[in-house]
Design a binder for this molecule. Structure first.
Ligand SMILES: [Fe+2]
Ligand SMILES: [Fe+2]
Length: 416
């Protein structure tokens, strides 16, 4: 109790009473940023980063509820490593039952916060206990913990766990009662943003599953991969250009989600063409090309950044740097008869479209598909080098090779 009062007292002395209002408006600004994020991965990373910044916590993690189990999905720890670790593919991380025996389980079961001054001094009479295995395997010492339920309405969709509140000298202290209040509010907003991002992803995957039924080449895994590659290539390109980091992150988030929808227009192409084995006739190929225009049409009258970008990518992902792509210049994409125009020049194409064009071709070549074997990696990379400045924008090709490690990681993560 003694120590609890210290952090409160310190805050009040530092901020002379006006602190609550300032903190609340700061908190409001932080959570508004979260709500504008579309992509689940980036959002998880930002929830942890912002919560830790705001409550000055050394480490933190997120658990997500899936199939009635708690999955330990994201972790940050300034003392142990830089940035975030995504644990969703780590097969050593077993999901936990949602019951009172663990801290996260208790929080999820009751939808209530837990403020633990020292994880090693939890009284024996409470139902939950602290699992020391992470500390034992890493040498880290967990002391104070703040567990907040991520609840969307009645439903708990996860748990936000903050570890080791730091004082001005980076010493560890318990979380204060004020931290509980701010953390609780933050967690509510974060849960709202997370549920929305999960719904966006589900909706996109469902839409693409519909397209997949029509065209077996467009699988959910392909869509996830193209989104991931596009985000990475864009970020490398933007970094090479020295763009502002925050701007890069925002744009990267949008591109990842919008690129997943690149072939959504295929839902409008007839089965006889989509499922035709063997080569297309010229006439069939001309119809096939219309999936670009059909895709863009789906976003008619949209005004959000995400929809506008998705429409742009759907329309232009088969354009080429040398102007030999399709659908080319079109007077009115909503006209009844679509006439494909002369190919657009590189200058007419957004960076998102140029990036997605490379991501899509790379994935098509390197994956095994029903009608063809995968090319070897060397052969694919050679082709990309050869097409630098022809099919593909040279700057985009350079960015692709700069970030090839993360592209490989994305490919491993989303396998068929
Ligand atoms: Fe396409
Ligand atoms: Fe594709």
């Amino acid at each position: 109790m003694q120590i609890l009062e210290t952090r409160e007292g310190q805050m009040q002395m530092d901020n002379q009473g006006s602190n609550t209002q300032e903190l609340l408006s700061e908190l409001y600004a932080v959570t508004q940023d979260l709500v504008s994020i579309h992509d689940e991965d980036y959002l998880l990373d930002q929830i942890l980063t912002k919560a830790r910044e705001f409550l000055k916590a050394e480490a933190g993690s997120i658990y997500q509820v899936k199939d009635s189990m708690l999955h330990f999905t994201y972790v940050q720890n300034d003392k142990m490593f830089e940035g975030s670790a995504d644990l969703r593919l780590d097969s050593n991380m077993k999901p936990m039952e949602i019951n009172e025996s663990s801290l996260a389980g208790y929080t999820a079961t009751h939808g209530e916060m837990l403020n633990i001054p020292d994880a090693y001094e939890i009284p024996a009479e409470v139902p939950y206990s602290f699992n020391k295995s992470y500390d034992e395997s890493t040498g880290y010492r967990t002391r104070s913990m703040l567990m907040a339920p991520l609840s969307a309405g009645e439903k708990v969709i996860g748990v936000l766990q903050l570890i080791n509140a730091l004082d001005e000298e980076d010493g560890v202290m318990p979380f204060s009662v004020q931290d509980e209040m701010l953390g609780g509010f933050f967690a509510n907003m974060a849960a709202f943003a997370l549920e929305r991002a999960m719904m966006t992803r589900d909706l996109i995957l469902r839409t693409m599953r519909m397209a997949e039924l029509r065209d077996p080449k467009e699988t959910g895994a392909h869509v996830n991969r193209v989104g991931g590659y596009s985000a990475d290539i864009y970020a490398a390109w933007a970094k090479n250009r020295g763009l502002d980091t925050e701007e890069i992150e925002k744009q990267r988030d949008l591109i990842r989600v919008a690129a997943m929808l690149h072939d959504v227009g295929k839902v409008a192409i007839s089965d006889t063409i989509l499922k035709k084995p063997g080569r297309f006739t010229d006439e069939e190929y001309a119809i096939m090309k219309q999936h670009t225009v059909m895709g863009a049409r789906l976003f008619k009258d949209s005004t959000t950044d995400l929809d506008l970008l998705a429409a742009d990518i759907a329309l232009n992902h088969h354009e080429r740097y040398d102007g030999k792509g399709y659908p080319g210049q079109i007077q009115d994409i909503h006209a009844e008869e679509i006439e494909l125009g002369p190919g657009k020049q590189s200058g007419d194409l957004s960076i998102a479209a140029r990036v997605c064009a490379l991501a899509d071709v790379y994935d098509a070549l390197i994956s095994t598909r029903v009608y063809k074997d995968a090319w070897t990696e060397d052969k694919v990379l050679d082709l990309i080098r050869e097409e630098r400045g022809q099919q593909f924008d040279p700057e985009v090709v350079d960015a692709f090779f700069t970030t090839y490690d993360s592209i490989n990681a994305t490919r491993q993560r989303f396998q068929e």
